[in-house]
Design a protein around this ligand. Sequence first.
Ligand code: G
Ligand code: G
Ligand code: MN
Ligand code: NA
Length: 252
Amino acid sequence: LEMENDLRIALAEQQFEVFYQPQYDAQSITIVGVEALLRWRHPTKGLLTPDVFIEVAESTGLILSIGNWVLMQACLQVREWQKTSGCAYRIAVNLSASQFTQSYLLDTIKNTLDVTDLPPETLELEITETAMLKDTAETIPLLFSLKKLGVRLAIDDFGTGYSSLSYLKNFPIDTLKIDRSFVEEIVSNTKDCAIAQTIVQLADNLQLCTIAEGVETSEQAEVLRKLGCAEFQGFFFSHPMPAQQLRLLLDH
Ligand code: G
Ligand code: G
Ligand code: MN
Ligand code: NA
């Protein structure tokens, strides 16, 4: 209850901040996109990551307001970077299960694209398998409506949900994000390597993009590059960082 109240205050007093973590093309190691990652600059507890407050935000429904704020903030920011650099950087935004199932998600996305003047194909929505598969009767038309707006759809933490592969056939997905649990020991664990390889091949066969998450060493990057993984994200390349800091990594 205290946390709920604190979250309301945080929204009202603008204590939330969006950090950005770059995503790199695996061949050229140039930045092609950024993922928006929510942070809470708590007045007494310091900088908090979502794992300590996202559950309360979900259960209280506050995640809807917070999520909409992140979406708008991230799109405004990246549109500015696109304009000053002339590069079509992508912005990836995480959608929680409740955001994904709210009835006005489509309007929210449409409105955000309108207000920010962001090219739709530069917005990528990250959704977990679990969120996507909650109610497939609703999900399929929603995903197609989102695709019609021109945005990209990514499956976050791919390979960790309890889902069948058949939805890849029916859902208009653009990107699979290889969960970092498969990347962590990819150099030494032949099973992790085999799983990552299978995800990349699956993505290739379905003409989907792959992003490896949690790349922390050059050796991991090397293995993933050999497997044909398209893009990298992780501490080896860049940590999530405030906007002003990320700006310095971009062209011009
Ligand atoms: O950096 P990291 O600690 O940000 O993120 C921890 C978890 O919180 C991850 O699972 C990430 O997907 C999630 N997360 C980060 N930012 C957001 C956000 O804006 N919305 C939602 N729903 N989840 C987020
Ligand atoms: O669940 P999702 O993939 O949206 O969350 C991204 C999370 O992964 C964030 O908490 C982010 O800070 C974290 N992250 C990003 N790069 C790395 C990395 O190289 N190693 C680890 N351990 N975590 C990472
Ligand atoms: Mn994510
Ligand atoms: Na993930």
